[in-house]
Ligand binder design. Structure first.
Ligand code: DX5
Ligand code: ZN
Length: 217
């Protein structure tokens, strides 16, 4: 099975967002990964609804929205209306994670949970059967272009085992520092979806870089 490739728009040229989205439309990317940062959950602010709506007007692929915000439950319906197909909230940002997952599903979106590097996959034991996606952060969230954390490989193995033991359908997404070097082992360990920001957008030929990530052996 070929991996799902989700380029992160965070690393794109915001002054030329339409052409960046059109490039992704024409590419072998499966999803557009959208990083929302609030300056509270993470020490950075990215962009909000007006920019997301501008992306949606041109995007021909599902929007995979990664909420790095506190109290995400306050904005789920608004993100769905702005075009999110997948809404991922952070485990660390939710006091009532089970409720928030149901809230996301009630909008018709797919529900994802993201885990910071320090958060054990075992904490998902009681919700894994209810979620569509788990995003393992392979950097500390907040910035593109950071170094990949090697411990991610064993987290993927542990999560894969948990998914199988609980008969869950959840996809495993890896976010942060993904490149052509680490992608093969990530996929071998059980990753289904790869997010890539700087590796795609800082390359000389983003279309080819996406194709290479998609079609590796
Ligand atoms: C980090 C974001 C990532 C980021 C990935 O907080 O969640 O999605 O854009 O960027 P790279 O691939 O450059 O690490
Ligand atoms: Zn992300």
């Amino acid at each position: 099975m070929k991996p799902i490739i989700a380029p992160s728009v965070l690393a794109s040229d915001f002054a030329n967002l339409q052409s960046e989205v059109e490039m992704l439309n024409a590419s072998q990317a499966d999803w557009l990964h959208i990083d929302i940062m609030d300056g509270r959950f993470v020490p950075n602010i990215s962009f909000g609804f007006p920019v997301l709506q501008a992306i949606q007007r041109h995007a021909k692929k599902p929007l995979d929205v990664h909420l790095m915000i506190v109290e995400p439950e306050l904005y789920i319906e608004q993100f769905r209306e702005a075009g999110a197909e997948i809404i991922t909230v952070h485990y660390e940002a939710c006091n009532h994670l089970h409720r928030t997952i149901q809230q996301i599903k009630a909008t018709g979106a797919k529900a994802g949970i993201a885990l910071n590097p320090h958060t054990s996959v075992q904490l998902l034991d009681d919700v894994i059967a209810d979620v569509d996606l788990v995003c393992i952060m392979s950097v500390n969230p907040g910035f593109g272009g950071q170094k990949f954390i090697e411990n991610t490989y064993r987290k993927i193995e542990a999560l894969k085992n948990l998914i199988i033991s609980r008969n869950s359908q959840a996809l495993i997404e890896i976010d942060g520092g993904v490149n052509q070097q680490n992608a093969p082992l990530l996929l071998e360990k059980g990753a289904d979806a790869l997010v890539a920001g700087s590796f795609v957008f800082n390359s000389t030929d983003p279309l080819q870089t996406i194709a290479n990530l998609k079609n590796q052996a």
